[in-house]
Design a binder for this molecule. Structure first.
Ligand SMILES: NC(=O)c1ccc[n+]([C@@H]2O[C@H](COP(=O)([O-])OP(=O)(O)OC[C@H]3O[C@@H](n4cnc5c(N)ncnc54)[C@H](OP(=O)(O)O)[C@@H]3O)[C@@H](O)[C@H]2O)c1
Length: 275
C-alpha cells in the first residue's frame, strides 16, 4: 500500500475526478492536482509543479486541453524532468487513440527513464453526458464531422479503472493499454441509443469539417477551432474503427457497453431538460 500521495493531474475532470474518488475509496492517499486544488497544479505555471510533485510516488497525467495543442509536447517533456527531480517514480499518461501528437507525448514519457503506463483511449462516451456534446444532446441535434464512420466509444469509468490499476500496481509498468468500448457505433446509432434511454428526441447531423470549424470559432476562438478541427480530421476518418483489448488485459474483465453508459447517464438526470 502506498503511504506517499498519488498525484492526479486534472483531478476535477471526467477521468481525474473518478480516479480521485476510486483511489480515496480504496484507502490510497491522493493529492488532487488542478488549478484550484489545495496544492495547485497549473500547466501554464511551471512554478506550481514542484510543490505538486514533491513527495509523490506516482502521478496520473491528463493534459488540458489536448495533447495536440501547440506546446503540449514541451510541457510533457518538462513535466518528466520535474517529476524526476522531485523523486516521482512513475507516470500514468492519458493519451488519445490514433493521434500523432499524442504518440509524440507517449514517446516522451516512454523514454523519460521513469516507470510508466500509457492509457490510450478512444473517443469518450461521456462527451455526450459531461462534455461538449451534453448541450447539443439536450437540444436534440448532435452535429459532428464524422460522416457515417464507426467509433468504439470508450467509457470513462473503464479508463479510470485502468488508470487506478496502473497507479497502484507495478505489474502494469511499461504497458500500453489501448482502451475502447466493446462495440463499434456510428454517431447516428449513438444518438438513437441516447434518445431511447433519455426519452428525448436526439438525432445526429453530419457536418463538414469547415462547418465544425465555423461552429468552434464561435465557442472557443481560432486556436481551439483549428486544433479541434484537426483532431476531428485525424481521428474521425474511420481508421479507429476496430476494437482493442486494453480493458481486458489491464483488468481481466470486459469493457462497459454504451447501453450501460446510456442507462446510468439517463438515470443521473444529465439529459433532463430544465423545467
Ligand atoms: N474526450 C475524448 O473523447 C478524449 C479521448 C481521448 C483522450 N482524451 C484526452 O483527455 C484529456 C482530458 O481529460 P479529461 O476529459 O478527464 O479532462 P476534462 O474533463 O476535460 O477536465 C479538464 C481538467 O483539466 C484541469 N485543467 C484545466 N486547465 C488546466 C491548467 N491550465 N492546468 C492544470 N489543470 C487544468 C481542469 O481542472 P480545473 O479547471 O479545476 O483546473 C480539469 O480537472 C485531454 O488530454 C484529451 O486529449 C479525450
Amino acid at each position: 500500500m502506498h503511504t506517499t500521495p498519488i498525484l492526479v493531474i486534472g483531478s476535477t475532470g471526467k477521468t481525474g475526478s473518478r480516479i480521485v474518488k476510486s483511489l480515496s475509496e480504496k484507502g490510497y492517499p491522493v493529492r488532487p492536482g488542478s488549478r484550484n486544488s489545495a496544492i495547485p497544479f497549473d500547466w501554464d505555471r511551471p512554478d506550481t509543479w514542484a510543490a505538486a510533485l514533491a513527495g509523490v510516488n506516482a502521478a496520473y497525467v491528463s493534459y488540458f486541453p489536448d495533447l495536440a495543442f501547440p506546446g503540449a509536447a514541451e510541457k510533457i517533456e518538462a513535466l518528466t524532468v520535474a517529476a524526476k527531480a522531485n523523486g516521482v517514480r512513475k507516470l500514468v499518461l492519458l493519451s488519445g487513440r490514433g493521434e500523432a501528437h499524442a504518440r509524440t507525448c507517449e514517446d516522451i514519457v516512454r523514454n523519460s527513464g521513469l516507470d510508466f503506463t500509457l492509457v490510450r483511449a478512444a473517443w469518450f462516451a461521456q462527451n455526450f453526458s459531461e462534455g461538449y456534446l451534453q448541450g447539443p444532446v439536450l437540444d436534440g441535434v448532435v452535429a459532428m464531422p464524422a460522416g457515417d464512420i464507426k467509433e468504439p466509444m470508450a467509457d470513462v469509468d473503464d479508463i479510470a479503472d485502468v488508470a487506478v490499476a496502473a497507479l497502484t500496481d507495478n505489474r502494469h509498468n511499461g504497458e500500453l493499454y489501448e482502451i475502447t468500448g466493446p462495440r463499434l457505433l456510428s454517431f447516428a446509432e449513438a444518438a438513437a441509443e441516447i434518445s431511447a434511454a433519455a426519452g428525448i428526441p436526439v438525432r445526429y447531423m453530419p457536418i463538414t469539417l469547415e462547418q465544425f470549424h465555423e461552429a468552434m470559432l464561435g465557442i472557443g476562438g481560432p486556436l481551439i477551432a483549428d486544433v479541434f478541427t484537426e483532431i476531428c480530421r485525424e481521428t474521425l476518418d474511420g481508421h479507429n474503427a476496430y476494437l482493442t483489448d486494453g480493458v481486458q488485459r489491464a483488468l481481466g474483465r470486459e469493457p462497459r457497453d454504451f447501453a450501460d453508459f446510456c442507462r446510468s447517464a439517463a438515470a443521473s438526470g444529465v439529459w433532463k431538460k430544465a423545467a
